[in-house]
Design a protein around this ligand. Sequence first.
Ligand code: NDP
Length: 252
Amino acid sequence: MNDPTITRETGCALVTGGSRGIGRAIAVQLAEDGYDVGFCYRKDHEAALETAQLVGRAGRRSFHRAVDVTDFSAVSDFAEEAQEKLGQVSVAVAGAGITRDRSLALMPPDDWSAVLRTNLDGAFHLSRAVLMGMIRRKSGSLILISSVAGFAGNAGQANYAASKSGMHGLAGSLSKETGRHGVRVNVVAPGFIESDMVAGLSVKSRLKAEQAIPMGRFGEAHQVAAAVSFLASARAAYITGSILRVDGGLTL
Ligand code: NDP
């Protein structure tokens, strides 16, 4: 934060899925904003170490752990340990997400539940782990990373779109439950962002996507992180229950 009139809340930021891609960009951005950062990931330990180094380079402390966000107790333990090491949680970002794309008519039930459990249950688990503390302190910002697929669905992504729409409902409800307690809950909904998640797109699909985006190109992870940084900050002090699209105009 460069504006000297704005002071950040004290405490740390938690980011699920902070080892790679958008989650890593968010972890690093929040470190640059002055937060110590606790983050978790599923299994890519090397990538996690790299994120920790980047947080360190930004002059902040970090704590990371391999935690499966589908596991309620594991996420609670992670949040508790992060607080012991880094202080109270001021900002929490539910970034962990997966896709298992397939037409619904052919979708194995496991692919449905893996996506719902990671994306939606994972967001619930993080929210549940941090909200009571934020409510008690009458301060905090929770940010869920959804997707433009959460607005109108996407062929081949019924599981993913359902999970992301669910996050919109979750955030709206939480913002109504917590607004009077000084806690803000918002969503960032990215469009196509350069990352491992879109690396598998065929040349044809990528071209089609670029043609549908008014800005004519995919976004970058740091651009999503900038939106998170804003929503986490005091500059967004009167913003709760919002969904901020970072999609180059894709959903206009
Ligand atoms: P990546 O695939 O690059 O990274 C996903 C991150 O989530 C990794 O850190 C991964 O850990 C972690 N993760 C996955 N499953 C679990 C789990 N069960 N428990 C804990 N951590 C887990 O994804 P992106 O950076 O592309 O996406 C980040 C978020 O942004 C997701 O929620 C995604 O849905 C959303 N999004 C992305 C878009 C895009 O175009 N890229 C567009 C719209 C939304 P590990 O590396 O160990 O597996």
